[in-house]
Design a protein around this ligand. Structure first.
Ligand code: MCN
Ligand code: SMO
Length: 784
């Protein structure tokens, strides 16, 4: 690794199950979220939203008395549409206006922004808006969007494709000779994301600082600053993004959406505070969407089940616009690039399309494309296993990239840095009790069918600057920085522009600094996110936080530690090499000094320090990039044991085991929380969550009665096993973990259901595995 000398804190540094610093305020209800902020004169915002999926706007009207309380697109002087650039070949730009301009393209698209002293009054104001729509045929599926003569969302494109890519390295030769061929058509449902706190923004003009201050629920404050400035047409210097507590993000809060831009415009032009808090219904019908994929796959194998080639067509129902800054091409590009998964595959042909439809746009969501991809490839593996008459796990083992092959560059050019994928499968197989299960009955006392399924995945975490550069996203650099300071009284302050919104960075960044400086965790303060007093950051997404910012904190702490040692050595009259950190003090032989004495010496009596000791002070900003800048691959295997009721289609998870490896764990308790939380969301994807649309493009899941989120009673008791294969490329060998848990559950549970239903010959084609879909699969196979 790249880290300097480590000084493990007293059970508090890297590797410790330290209690989370952020939990005290949250458990006592003392967090401060955007909705909690009090300020005189706040105007609350509600939106008038399109009631139709696709229409030209013929006329807009508002009562004269409400002229200042209702604003349409043309009232927002100087505002620019959100345009998300990328140099991906063939990618098409969409213009996503803050308020609809000539057309609306999904139900729920904002058409007017309405203000009043309270939200309830703002909603009443919104009732006074009247808009005349000339309806156009809605495009409600990929097939409809691709059909000749389809209505066009963005007329100037000539078709409905955000992005189409093709790659092929010799599939035809394999297809001609492969002894075994399997074909699958699979799909995953559209989902919404449901962080506990929805989107939120409070913007105002700070007359003293001369800045537009934006308190918003975001994962990427420094990127939001760039976006808001760009689309308001003002310099970044007069925009300050200062996120307060953020109640979950999951990707949903790493994009700039029209509502936020419109609220920022109001505050900028009226020099007054405006706030919008997305309510649950808005989230369900007009927030960004995710996960809806279609796959047509032909896989070629030999008679042992060794994969010879994969021929895939992937189509993503991407919604109406590109969200900023990741584009509508992200999901499709990620799906095509990640489909081979952890398997050693030589021949791969892939045709990927991101289709524009009259639905809310796609945004990244925990796992980005990989939950669908994992479901697809694991379904392929089991289909091959059935075709060659072997167990699914045997065919997995036959095809997984081995530890000996690491580092391994796969068929889509991804560089798998380290790990033992087959061992993770073995571990999960042991944990779930596969052999005992196979020796036992196939049905339980209630006649339910029993099955076990596995899903092995690998996850590119913390992709670095080269990956973002290759996507040609102009505002996403991919590196990170941190500022570390020893205070005059001997505490440590960390400032970083990344934000934490549940994932625990306030604690884990402090643990890294504790390891490097020996300062106790309780004496470390972490300030995150505020663009006014943190160094530039790419932000927290793509499971990059601890690798990138942990790396930056490690480096800055290392420099500060060396200076602490130099000063302490002088105070104790020893050589710096003799100095060590232990138990929250600084030692040399029998002598010791406190951090406060060192701080005091530097800040208040520098005259007493000899030349050469005062090398730059006790405040340091460092940037960080891993040695290999294309991401670190965490991986794991999920194993699920299920019971399927063939009469009702009901699925029960009986046992769920996870074997995972994210390199060196900074805090194993947080890694477990991350993995279980992600797996919980994955169980939503596997069994419950879907946001369907009718033929008119109307969303059918507009309340949490229609949209089923898993709760505590749906959660199995997860069992987990950790392996720590250090990444050769990062400080301390750390890899990311934030998304991994969410990737495999859909696949593992689907494979378990298929195993259970094998006696009936039924195979699940779609997620979630709702009772309807399970019964359909059974019926398709000829019934129970
Ligand atoms: N961690 C660790 N040891 C490792 C890897 C990670 O202790 N080897 C810890 C980290 O220190 C951090 C947490 O696990 O506290 C997640 O770290 P990382 O994988 O670097 O992810 P990020 O900080 O970049 O967070 C974003 C990531 C993503 S992309 C999604 S989506 C997601 C996730 O984190 N959203 C979350 N986890 C979430 N957890 C909560 N509670 N809420 C969200 O919105
Ligand atoms: S979807 Mo996570 O914010 O990369």
């Amino acid at each position: 690794g790249q880290a300097g000398q480590e000084h493990a804190g007293p059970g508090e540094g890297i590797g410790a199950r330290a209690r989370r610093k952020e939990d005290a305020r949250h458990l006592h209800g003392r967090g401060c979220f955007t909705a909690d902020i009090r300020m005189p004169g706040i105007q609350e915002v509600a939106f008038f939203r399109s009631p139709v999926a696709h229409a030209r706007i013929r006329a807009r009207e508002k009562p004269a008395a409400l002229a200042d309380s209702i604003l349409f697109h043309d009232d927002l002087a100087g505002i620019l549409p959100i345009v998300t650039r990328s140099t991906l070949p063939g990618y098409k730009l969409s213009e996503y206006p803050a308020l609809a301009r000539e057309k609306v393209r999904y139900v729920g698209e904002p058409v007017a922004i309405c203000v009043a002293p309270t939200r309830a009054e703002a909603e009443d104001v919104a009732e006074q808006v009247s808009v005349e729509f000339e309806e156009l045929p809605p495009v409600v599926s990929c097939a409809a969007g691709l059909a000749p003569g389809a209505a066009l969302l963005h007329e100037q494109w000539g078709d409905n494709l955000f992005l189409e890519t093709r790659s092929d390295n010799g599939i035809e030769a394999v297809a001609a000779t492969a002894p075994v061929t399997v074909e699958l058509a699979l799909e995953t449902a559209r989902q919404t994301m449901h962080p506990m706190e929805s989107r939120a923004i409070l913007a105002f003009w700070d007359h003293r600082a001369g800045q537009l201050v934006v308190h918003m629920a975001t994962q990427v404050p420094h990127l939001m600053r760039a976006g808001i400035a760009e689309f308001l047409g003002i310099p970044q210097a007069i925009v300050r993004v200062a996120p307060p507590d953020v109640g979950g993000g999951f990707g949903y809060k790493c994009v700039l959406m029209p509502e936020e831009l419109a609220v920022a415009w109001l505050a900028w032009h009226r020099k007054a505070p405006f706030r919008w808090i997305e309510d649950r219904r808005e989230h369900l019908v007009s927030g960004a969407n995710t996960r809806q994929h279609e796959y047509r796959i032909r896989a070629y194998a030999d008679r042992r089940g060794r994969l010879l080639g994969l021929d895939a067509e992937v189509t993503i129902d991407t919604g109406a616009y590109s969200v900023w800054p990741f584009t509508a091409g992200l999901e499709a590009a990620q799906a095509g690039g990640n489909l081979p998964g952890p398997y050693d595959l030589k021949a791969y042909r892939c045709h990927v399309r991101a289709v524009a439809t009259n639905k809310p746009p796609f945004c990244p969501y925990r796992g980005v494309a990989r939950p669908g991809v994992c479901f697809a490839i694991e379904s392929v593996i089991d289909a091959v296993a059935r075709a060659v008459g072997r167990e699914g796990w045997e065919v997995r083992a036959e095809n997984l990239v081995t530890a000996a092959a690491m580092p391994y560059t796969n068929v889509t050019g991804k560089h798998y840095d380290s790990g033992d994928y087959p061992a993770s499968l073995d571990t999960a197989r042991g944990m779930i009790g596969f052999e005992e299960f196979r020796a036992g009955p196939r049905r339980d006392a209630r006649g339910r069918y029993l099955g076990i399924g596995f899903a092995t995945y690998c996850e590119q975490t913390a992709h670095g600057t080269k990956v973002f550069a290759s996507w040609g996203l102009p505002v996403v650099p991919g590196y990170d920085q941190a500022h570390v300071k020893l205070t005059p009284d001997g505490a440590l302050e960390i400032k970083a522009g990344i934000h934490s919104f549940g994932q625990g960075l306030e604690t884990t960044l402090a643990q890294v600094a504790c390891t490097m400086t020996g300062v106790r965790l309780d004496d470390i303060r972490v300030t995150l996110g505020d663009t006014a007093n943190t160094p530039f950051s790419t932000g927290a997404y793509a499971s990059r936080g601890i690798v990138m910012v942990g790396g930056a904190v490690s480096r800055a702490s290392e420099v500060v530690a060396a200076r602490i040692k130099a000063i302490a050595a002088h105070l104790m009259q020893v050589r710096p090499e003799a100095v060590t950190f232990r138990d929250g003090r600084i030692h040399a032989g029998a002598a010791s000094v406190s951090y406060a004495e060192v701080g005091h010496a530097w800040y208040t009596r520098p005259d007493q320090l000899p030349d050469g000791v005062d090398t730059g002070g006790l405040e340091v900003t460092e940037g960080y990039r891993p040695q290999v800048d294309t991401g670190l691959f965490s991986y794991g295997t999920h194993a699920a044991r299920v019971a399927v009721d063939a009469e009702t289609g009901q699925v029960e998870i009986l046992d769920y085991c996870i074997s995972e490896d994210c390199g060196r764990m900074v805090n194993p308790m947080i890694v477990e929380g991350q993995t279980f939380g992600g797996a919980g969301q994955g169980i939503g994807t596997a069994l419950f969550e879907e946001s369907p649309y009718d033929a008119n493009g109307q969303p059918l899941a507009s309340t949490l009665i229609d949209y089923l989120l898993p709760g505590p009673t749906e959660m199995p008791r997860f069992r987990i096993h950790h392996t720590e294969t250090l990444s050769p490329y990062t400080a301390h060998g750390i890899k990311g973990v934030g998304e991994g848990g969410a990737i495999a559950p859909g696949a593992a549970i689907a494979c378990a259901i298929n195993d259970a239903l094998a006696p009936l010959g039924a195979v699940l084609r779609a997620l979630p595995a709702s009772p309807e879909r399970v019964l359909a699969a059974i019926a398709e196979a000829g019934g129970a």
